[in-house]
Design a protein around this ligand. Structure first.
Ligand code: SF4
Length: 304
């Protein structure tokens, strides 16, 4: 048995629709973030690693180079022959439209790239970028917008310095939906002063808005962040492994089967991860979530 027996995973969804394995290849296209450059804020979100924003950070390689490297590794490991270019790092709609078009089309020009997944913030969605992404969709490409929300509670969003509100997210969802582009919302479990109930409430609010995809993420504390200082001084306590497994399972049970889970955990590199250290072991977490669902005799959508 695998997680896909209990959860509608993106991997299985792609396999069903394309008849073969399609994998996401993560790209750093050299964007920044309005929550770092002063437009929305200067310190960034409290959990965001600031070193990566330093002026001395190296320029990332060209998109075609990154895709070639990623493709080589994934093809060896999984045999995948088709890919989605995942514009992952920072805010991937935060540039003028001509620059965005150049970057997106550099990826789409590759014959084995079937589409784009574009990670961004709710306050960085414009009609221009939606028109552009919609035009790719009309050409037959797979297109997703990944919206970082993390929590639906404005007190939490303020506490973690997100620089946007839940109302901003609702507005973004409505405008994206008017272009029929699928949305994958990112939610974090274990945010400061949040409990299981907060996580379930955020999930419910997001589902009610009609998103097509979700990503779950345990909050991890990494070096060079405000959260790291809060953790060191005892203002924040890291998420417990079993608590995460159970909250993730609770959320999955309350998610309609039509919603695709792009991810149910996230990892951080050991050289920056401070706590919880289990976040480094992706398979331990994935197997743990699967085990909880199996032990409960339940699956995605069991509690609606
Ligand atoms: S919105 Fe994303 S990139 Fe920007 S500061 Fe927050 S976590 Fe970092």
């Amino acid at each position: 048995m695998t997680l896909a027996n209990y959860v509608n995973t993106f991997g299985q969804d792609l396999l069903r629709r394309y008849g073969e394995r399609v994998h996401k290849l993560a790209i750093n296209a050299g964007f920044t973030c309005p929550n770092r450059d002063g437009t929305k804020g200067r310190g960034g979100c409290t959990f965001c690693n600031n070193v990566s924003f330093s002026p001395n950070a190296q320029r990332p390689p060209r998109i075609t180079t990154q895709l070639a490297l990623g493709r080589e590794v994934l093809a060896k490991r999984t045999g995948a022959k088709r890919f989605i270019a995942y514009f992952q790092a920072y805010t991937n709609t935060y540039a003028d439209i001509a620059h965005l078009m150049n970057l997106y089309e550099e990826a789409l020009a590759l014959p084995d790239v079937v589409g784009l997944s574009v990670g961004t913030r709710p306050d960085c969605i414009s009609g221009d970028v939606l028109e552009l992404l919609s035009s790719y969709q009309q050409q037959g490409y797979e297109v997703w917008i990944e919206l970082g929300l993390q929590s639906s509670f404005d007190t939490t969003l303020a506490a973690i310095h997100r620089g946007h509100s839940f109302a901003d997210y609702q507005r973004a969802v409505h405008i994206i939906q008017s272009y029929n582009i699928p949305i994958c919302t990112h939610l974090i479990v274990g945010l400061p002063n949040e409990s299981r109930d907060h996580a379930l409430e955020s999930l419910q609010r997001v589902i009610e808005l009609g998103v097509q995809g979700l990503k779950l993420h345990p909050l991890h504390v990494v070096k060079h962040t405000i959260l790291a200082k809060q953790w060191r001084t005892g203002l924040y306590q890291a998420l417990d492994f079993n608590d995460y497994l159970n909250i993730a399972a609770d959320m999955i049970e309350r998610t309609p089967l039509s919603v695709v889970y792009h991810r149910v955990t996230a990892t951080a590199a050991m050289d920056v991860l401070l706590t919880p250290l289990w976040c480094h072991k992706k398979w331990l977490v994935l197997n743990g979530v699967e085990q909880v669902l199996r032990d409960r005799g339940t699956q995605q959508g069991a509690i609606l």
